[in-house]
Write a protein that binds this ligand. Structure first.
Ligand code: FAD
Length: 426
């Protein structure tokens, strides 16, 4: 569909997807492959732009990670970190009723029962998504530097290793494959390792890729399957239209039978038009790309005590993560960047004051219970939500797209969407 054109499509098989991040791109691909007439609308001039929450994320595919963001112990740890300026977590003090509501809901979700109920839901999404990631990459994975080589989680302290051990046992009980790794094995895998090693775990199911290259390639694949990909089209409002929905954008209006809201951390703004309060906060994270040391293997390294990820991406090494609840204040806080770089220096000797190839920060769309929101909006059955993927939008994009395509066609989704319904926040 050409820009400026006002669409008159009103068939339920015509679908607008709002948002060109990994979730929106995967929805467009899965819908187009299922035979829908898809228009993908992205506000910025390119798919997966630097302003998105995925452009330079850590690039991990983590089917092993079925522990939701809200889990027992996280509250206490978070409070301790908040008092330490050089920690991986920060909440900027500010008067925000939305943040206050979010924190209360987060506290409620941190119970052992709720975390135990959420874990198998996440695991089910991960298993489906990992299979689809492999399928997408079949014959084209080099386009987005896809490697299914696993991930090493390393603990510098015995306390960190012991705490992780409990999570590992829960993961094993859910069928996640985890290998114990000794210090000697870790040092053999990473010859440049310099930090203390109390122990490590290897997660063979995990993988990594370049998130920007992946998302843009998936949008191209959606185009090859017949989707129209329109960039520079900011959706200003979603309005009811005869037999469907109209998206009013900066490049004209587009009407369709259904709309998928996949605008990441920006989703609450458009949800408001629908009379819906989505409890999603932007949680800022950072990454720093540096030269990849020649002896760094094709294997991501997660420093478990510090929550710092080191991901090899071609001849770059990405140091990433930290989480800041600062609302839409996207300023770079030098202490967060220094924290990541200190992790890189401590672990493998990448100088913390050496040259930087790229510094990035972006907003994760975080829900209070750590689960995404996937499914129709009650009372607005032309609108499908695909948002709130927290730290897992890259991993879970393909599964989300597949489930959205099933919902849109009226088929029974292959995963029960009840735990992911927006009504859980009512
Ligand atoms: C530092 C960091 C590291 C991370 N590491 C990982 C990782 O290793 N693995 C993993 O799985 N996840 C990771 N994540 C999380 C992941 O990046 C997010 O979950 C993911 O970006 C969510 O995808 P999305 O498509 O929903 O949103 P986004 O990626 O934010 O995309 C939303 C898109 O919608 C567009 N948009 C917004 N409003 C409008 C509008 N009105 N009209 C049109 N377009 C609009 C935006 O421009 C944007 O392009 C990380 C995140 C951060 C910050």
């Amino acid at each position: 569909m050409a820009a400026q054109e006002v669409s008159t499509l009103n068939d339920p098989g015509d679908i607008i997807v709002v948002g060109g991040g990994p979730v929106g791109a995967c929805c467009a691909l899965e819908l187009a492959r299922a035979g829908a007439a898809v228009t993908l609308l992205e506000r910025e001039l390119e798919i997966c732009p630097p302003a998105s929450g995925a452009y330079a994320n850590c690039g991990l595919l983590v089917p092993s990670d079925a522990t939701p963001l809200a889990a027992p112990g996280v509250l206490g740890q978070g409070l301790r970190w908040m008092l330490d300026a050089s920690s991986p977590f920060y909440i900027a003090p500010r008067p925000s009723p939305a943040l206050a509501r979010w924190l209360l809901a987060f506290r409620a979700a941190c119970s052992a029962e709720r975390a135990a109920a959420a874990a198998p839901v996440l695991r089910g999404l991960h298993v489906l998504s990992a299979r689809l990631h492999d399928e997408y990459a079949d014959g084209r994975g080099d386009e987005w530097r896809f490697h299914h080589t696993g991930e090493l989680q390393l603990y510098e302290t015995p306390a960190g290793l012991a705490a992780a051990g409990e999570e590992v046992e829960q993961s094993r009980a859910m069928g996640v494959r985890v290998d114990d790794v000794t210090e000697a094995e870790a040092r053999r895998l990473f010859p440049g390792l310099r930090c203390d090693v109390a122990g490590a775990y290897y997660f063979p199911e995990d993988g990594h890729l370049d998130p920007m290259l992946f998302t843009r390639a998936v949008a191209r694949m959606a185009g090859e399957a017949g989707a129209a990909v329109v960039t520079g089209a900011e959706v200003l409002a979603l309005e009811p239209a005869p037999d469907g929905v109209s998206a009013v954008t900066t490049r004209g209006s587009f009407a369709a039978g259904q709309v998928v809201l996949a605008a990441g951390a920006w989703s609450p703004f458009l949800a408001r038009d629908l009379g819906l309060r989505l409890p999603i906060e932007p949680a800022k994270g950072y990454s720093v790309d540096v030269d990849r040391p020649p002896d760094f293997p094709e294997l991501p390294l997660y420093l478990g005590d510090a929550h710092v990820v080191l991901t090899p991406l071609g001849d770059s090494l990405r140091l990433g993560s930290t989480m800041e609840l600062s609302g839409w204040d996207m300023r770079v806080r030098p202490k967060r960047v220094a924290y990541l770089r200190a992790g890189g220096e401590r672990a493998i000797g990448v100088p913390a004051d050496g040259p930087v190839r790229q510094l990035w920060r972006g907003p994760r769309p975080v829900t209070p219970d750590g689960l995404p929101v996937i499914g129709r909006v009650p009372g607005r059955d032309r609108v499908i939500l695909a948002t709130g993927h927290c730290m897992l939008g890259l991993s879970l994009g393909p599964a989300t797209g597949r489930l959205v395509a099933q919902v849109a066609s009226g088929a029974r989704p292959e995963i029960d969407l009840a735990p992911l319904a927006v009504q859980r926040f009512a």
